[in-house]
Write a protein that binds this ligand. Sequence first.
Ligand code: ATP
Ligand code: MG
Ligand code: MG
Length: 405
Amino acid sequence: ASVQRDEGSASERKDAMPIHGVSETIVGVLGGGQLGRMLCQAASQMAIKIVTLDPLENCPASAISYQHFVGSFDDGESVREFAKRCGVLTVEIEHVDAVTLEKLEQQGIDCQPKASTIRIIQDKYLQKVHFSLHGIPLPDFIQIDDLASAEKAGDLFGYPLMIKSKRLAYDGRGNAVACNKEDLPSVVTALGGFDHGLYVERWTPFMKELSVIVARGRDNSMQCYPVVETIHKDNICHIVEAPANVSGKIKKLSIDVARKAVTSLEGAGVFAVELFLTRDGQVLLNEVAPRPHNSGHHTIESCYTSQYEQHLRAVLGLPLGDPSMKTPSAIMYNILGEDEGDAGFYLAHQLIGRALNIPGATVHCFLIEMRKQRKMGHITIVGPSMNIARRRLNLILEKETTGNH
Ligand code: ATP
Ligand code: MG
Ligand code: MG
């Protein structure tokens, strides 16, 4: 462990010259996963110090953060202790102890985005209530407390019926689909029963899924990244295409919905707004992440300012950077474990080996252990057109053996 100096926050020391880097404020990040790791990479470029809190000693971020603390981001005492070391506190995961964050904020700790934002977002039902109260279009939803209310919801919304856990959801874990009334008991059981909180959503037969990353600075300035298309496989984000191949009208509508959603939340940072594009041209909100997001990985290679640098700029009160694309097209491909253990490593390394031979492809790896269906990194491919980027991806995936890349 390194020695920690008490450096205070930038705002307290306005008169003083920065001690290090672009900002002297130490950024505390709750969570040390891959998003935390990429925040650390962006920070290193600007000599900004990030400290991380995660229960895993060898989490993806720990190898490159300025200082890593082992502890739970969902435990009040750990978060309180950790906060003492940070000039500003932010998150790379929303499943943190929001109650403690709200108390810390009252005691003057600087949380960005605000604790209220984390509290609303981490409960997907509360999130939906919040956004519907703010007039943001989203699929119909209703809380369910027992089988009778689940059946009533099924009668109301029809089948298939999307059942979701209110809390601790990621990569579709926490979602399950009931195809008919008879399915309801087993689906509810699979989600752990009613005790942890469930709600249902009307099934949305979307044409495409879109995402917009919105950055808000401490001065309330806003910047939106280009609309991207996200393609999911088994509920997990699989491929992202930037920019999305949709009309200018749909792009504008998506950005309007995203800006409106973020405007209803408090605090600085980047926010990812997941959207459904329906057949009749409506854009509905799926959910918001109060942090950098999988749909923004591509920005590292394809935009002037990556979402990670932008998040740091935002929470530190620096000017926001240019979110526009510096390449015509980009594709992000998530590397998921295809098998457990060594067999999985072998497949992943073959894929990575091919990617290293493709122009415009960049490999990101943060692997800690190989598990089936677990994200272990991603590949971003930039190109002069989406067709060429797609062709390059197909070469990596061995879906195409000839062709000019
Ligand atoms: P994430 O990893 O993005 O946090 P999550 O576990 O919170 O995911 P959701 O975003 O709620 O899960 O849903 C995962 C995917 O399931 C969506 O991206 C979409 O493909 C599908 N989905 C979610 N809600 C619906 C719905 N109401 N109708 C149809 N498909 C849906
Ligand atoms: Mg989610
Ligand atoms: Mg989602």
